[in-house]
Design a protein around this ligand. Structure first.
Ligand SMILES: Nc1ncnc2c1ncn2[C@@H]1O[C@H](COP(=O)(O)OP(=O)(O)OP(=O)(O)O)[C@@H](O)[C@H]1O
Length: 270
């Protein structure tokens, strides 16, 4: 479990990124921070592994304040996946993944074996593992980024807009893949995005943020859609202009669900 208790962050230049933030993130679930640019998502995410230290309040992992932990050891014990995969271009894919393990003291052979195993988990084979990052597509590079985040089998995986730089179709594929991985691996995932559809697709718990890390609403996607807290949330999730409204039409005895613009979204069963 990760807990934010009255957490604030003011950067040395006086920018207040987060005013006062409280949240509990249950273990083995996916929590998504979603909000527009500059609302403090990345700052909040990075407080978990001490890439950013709060200037007020506490962040606790399983009841232990991260401020009491060695930052380097903490960072190595938590998976981190960033937007542009962040791979070393002159090192083969397998070595990019093995590097984290080597830093943790795993010997070379075991590190390579584990790297290949975790690359297989994210859908990459041995021939791709032997390539350099630049020889892979953007979507494949992101898979390598995820593999690297998972290499040490951390309990917590932090993901900062990991699918932001790939095209929409690959992005959907990666979302499906992450959901599959989550069922298989059971990690505590904290995921940052500014895309509400992505947040709803991935989050067990979705945290909609306003500027300064202010929480507009926290909840399961269906609950947010059913009961948006205010007009800001309704508009952010696309309820205000009928963007998500669906209705049922009878077509040859089948109940077809149709969106506001008349496009079919599916068929009602039962
Ligand atoms: N090192 C820093 N020094 C000063 N201000 C910072 C620093 N890092 C972030 N900020 C500011 O803090 C606020 C929150 O930034 P943060 O990156 O957490 O937002 P975000 O929601 O992740 O945005 P984006 O989606 O654009 O990445 C912004 O106003 C940003 O400019």
């Amino acid at each position: 479990m990760i807990e934010y208790r009255s957490v604030g962050k003011t950067f040395p230049d006086g920018t207040q990124a987060v005013a006062s933030f409280d949240l509990t993130i249950p273990s083995r679930t996916t929590t998504v921070f979603v909000g527009s640019s500059g609302c403090g998502k990345t700052t909040l995410l990075r407080m978990v592994n001490r890439m950013v230290d709060p200037t007020a309040g506490q962040v606790l992992i399983d009841d232990v304040d991260v401020a009491t932990q060695n930052p380097v050891a903490l960072r190595r014990s938590i998976g981190y996946v960033m937007q542009h995969a962040g791979l070393l271009p002159h090192r083969k894919v397998v070595d990019n993944v093995a590097t984290v393990l080597r830093l943790n003291g795993t010997d070379k052979k075991a590190a390579r074996e584990r790297a290949l195993e975790v690359l297989r988990t994210v859908g990459l084979d041995e021939s791709q593992a032997r390539k350099y990052p630049g020889q892979l597509s953007g979507g494949q590079q992101q898979r390598v980024g995820v593999a690297r985040g998972l290499a040490t089998d951390p309990n917590i995986l932090l993901m900062d807009e990991p699918f932001g730089a790939v095209d929409p179709i690959v992005r959907l594929e990666l979302q499906v893949e992450l959901r599959r991985l989550q069922t298989q691996l059971d990690k505590t995932i904290v995921f940052v995005t500014h895309d509400i559809d992505e947040a709803f697709a991935l989050g067990d718990q979705v945290v909609i943020l306003k500027k300064g890390g202010e929480v507009a609403q926290v909840g399961a996607p269906a609950d947010i859609l059913a009961r948006p807290a205010d007009d800001f949330v309704a508009s952010f999730v696309g309820l205000d202009k009928g963007g998500r409204s669906l209705h049922v039409e009878d077509r040859d005895g089948r109940k077809v669900v149709v969106d506001a613009s008349g496009r079919p979204a599916g068929v009602l069963e039962g």
